[in-house]
Design a protein. Structure first.
Length: 215
């Protein structure tokens, strides 16, 4: 059975988004800085149809994850940029007409919607729970891993349900001072983690990989 994994950038003080998010600032004040290390990487540029870029520990780590992933799960806010009903003309998503995915994407939402193909990516909207989304994603992944793309609430749901197998944190040397914490809302008995790898990169980002121990 394919594994459920998550790789996400996080600040030194534990945030995956900054304070005061809004329609035009989904990651809050300073949140975009969490991802600046990735934009110049060869593997990221290739994913977005661009040439060039740096080839280093960061790029290799990102490519490793891309190669291992056969389907992705995201929340509605990450797909559409806001919560609430879809409206009369449902959004194509925050990635526009050419999303940078080569695998099926499953969107967790309380608001049903027909499957949509945008560019080369098929988005399936799942309104009957995280277990259903995972089951469908695994069926589509072709034996590869299923990755959680975010946001924090989705990751927390899978963690507390005991369904996440691996968590990789790319720790950025940045203090946001507030915003959305990744490892909140994990209940009275948070899952136990076992560190399996540490990668130090020239960008100053530390990549920490953990196995999520099952009860």
């Amino acid at each position: 059975m394919s594994r459920l994994t998550c790789t996400i950038s996080i600040s030194l003080d534990g945030y995956v988004a900054g304070p005061d998010p809004g329609p035009d600032r989904g990651l809050g004040a300073g949140g975009e800085e969490l991802h600046e290390w990735i934009f110049g990487l060869a593997s990221w540029r290739e994913m977005h149809g661009r040439e060039g870029g740096e080839r280093n520990v960061d790029s290799d780590m990102l490519q490793e994850g891309l190669d291992a992933t056969g389907a992705i799960i995201v929340g509605k806010r990450m797909f559409g940029g806001w919560d609430g009903p879809w409206g009369d003309e449902p959004t194509l998503g925050v990635w526009g007409e050419n999303p940078p995915f080569d695998v099926p994407v499953f969107v967790l939402t309380h608001y049903p919607r027909e499957t949509a193909t945008v560019g080369q990516t098929t988005f399936t909207f799942v309104s009957d729970g995280i277990e259903s989304a995972l089951e469908q994603a695994r069926a589509a992944a072709g034996g590869k891993d299923v990755g959680i793309g975010g946001g924090a609430n989705v990751i927390q749901q899978y963690l507390t349900a005991g369904l996440l197998d691996e968590l990789q944190l790319s720790v950025v040397p940045l203090l946001l001072g507030g915003g959305v914490r990744l490892l909140d809302n994990l209940g009275e008995a948070p899952p136990k983690l076992e560190q399996t790898r540490v990668l130090e990169s020239p960008s100053g980002v530390a990549h920490l990989r953990y196995e999520v121990l099952k009860p």
